[in-house]
Design a binder for this molecule. Structure first.
Ligand SMILES: [Cu+2]
Length: 420
């Protein structure tokens, strides 16, 4: 993994790879394992089993950090998901697939040149899966779960198998679907995750491929945004004898229902150009939205530009209430935290905000095409108690390590770096 050029906040820091299991109480606590200070930061995870990921979030430099490869998965389990007959043997029939595109120079170094005509940011011509170019995986089971993450900075994928075999989509960003969706393609924009279960025959070889994605662009613009591109990502090599595996169950998990009748407010956020939301660029000193703890809102995200975008909200898993004027398609019917919004498209998101509040510590929302995010297509929101005034960012302590997840220089050793 490449080293980072700056200190940067990285969510879910861990000293070594490990799996996390959610206890029956509905939450787990994780701690940094190699933290030097006694008061190591700790975070409580309070959500269902899911394929989650982490990357640095230094404002203005996120694209370069992620492009260098500073991104990874962690898998959250819980008893309800664990009781399902889904493939869950890590590395055997449950395989992480982290997809990134890169460009390399003749010496094999990363090429940091921008893609001059791309409306979405830097696009690579080499596809890496888990850091490996042109990989294959040997499998020994009839059914295999692939946990797909688009960890690219800009490129949108449209994933399927080269022979168009159907598979079951079983989970999206925030966890398992209520029931599987049988399909041959899963579109995945940067930051999105999907879990699929596919069946294989003994001895066969089949390629996981990205087909040309629908970006909502015309032919000319689409060409420079990767809309014509297809890539072979991974060859699956099935052994001569495969362990039997049960079919994917028709019902997966029960979703907590968000009460549409209880929506307290609808906010409209317009994505403008490639760097603004509601005509404003990101300002760490400005709170853009303030919501009340535990309430449910509709956020209407309108792409008012000719560029594709997506929309990511920190701290929540949301439901798509409507997509481009209609009901959400099946691949957007589950828990989501990142949703693709094509040019001139509008999506309505149903969001229940957390049951905990802080008038000073903001969450982010942003386009997850990282050049757009770095250029300012991001904003901050606070979750407060009813009637509680937000604390202005200028009133906050300067060295609270939790102060702002997007601070460019997050100084964890605060008392030693405070200058004269
Ligand atoms: Cu964008």
């Amino acid at each position: 993994m490449a080293t980072s050029p700056t200190q940067a906040p990285t969510c879910w820091r861990q000293g070594r790879p490990r799996r996390l299991s959610r206890s029956g109480s509905g939450a787990v606590t994780i701690r940094a394992l190699s933290w030097r200070r006694a008061s190591a930061p700790a975070a409580t995870i309070d959500q269902p089993a899911a394929t989650l990921w982490y990357h640095p979030h230094p404002h203005g430099a996120t694209e370069d950090h992620v492009y260098r490869g500073v991104a990874g998965l962690f898998l959250l389990e819980d008893p309800e998901a664990g009781a399902l007959p889904l493939p869950d043997r890590y590395g055997i029939d449950d395989i992480p697939i982290i997809i990134q595109d890169k460009r390399f120079d003749r010496d094999g170094n990363l090429d940091f040149g921008q893609s001059p005509f791309s409306p979405i940011g830097r696009l690579g011509d080499r596809l890496l899966v888990n850091g490996t170019h042109d990989p294959h995986v040997n499998i020994s089971s009839q059914r295999v779960r692939l946990r797909l993450l688009n960890a690219s900075t800009a490129r949108v994928y449209n994933l399927g198998f080269a022979d168009d075999r159907p598979f079951d989509l079983v989970a999206t960003d925030g966890g398992l679907l209520e029931r599987p969706h049988r399909t041959t393609r899963v579109p995945l924009s940067p930051g999105e995750r999907a879990e699929i279960v596919a069946a294989f025959q003994p001895g066969e070889r089949v390629v996981l491929r990205s087909f040309p994605p629908d970006l909502g662009l015309d032919i000319f613009q689409g060409r420079f945004a990767g809309a014509d591109d297809s890539f072979d990502l991974l060859q699956v090599r099935a052994g001569p004898r495969l362990t039997p595996a049960p079919p994917v169950p028709s019902r997966l998990v029960h979703h907590r229902q968000l009460d549409q009748a209880g929506v307290v407010r609808t906010r409209r956020l317009e994505l403008n150009g490639s760097s603004r939301i509601n005509d404003l660029r990101m300002d760490l000193g400005r709170i853009d939205q303030t919501v009340t703890v535990g309430t449910t809102e509709v956020w209407e995200i309108a792409n008012r530009s000719g560029n594709p975008h997506n929309f990511h909200v920190h701290g929540v898993q949301l439901k798509v209430a409507s997509y481009l004027g209609g009901p959400p398609p099946p691949h957007l019917a589950g828990w989501k935290d990142t949703v693709f919004v094509p040019p001139d498209g509008t999506v309505r998101l149903l969001i229940q905000f957390p049951g905990y509040s802080d008038p000073a510590l903001p969450y982010m929302f942003h386009c997850h095409l990282l050049e757009h995010e770095d250029d300012g297509m991001m904003g901050q929101f606070l979750v407060v108690q009813p009637g509680q005034p937000p604390t202005s960012p200028s009133q906050q302590h300067h060295h609270d390590p939790r102060q702002n997840p997007a601070s460019r220089e997050l100084q964890l050793e605060s008392d030693r770096v405070t200058g004269p």
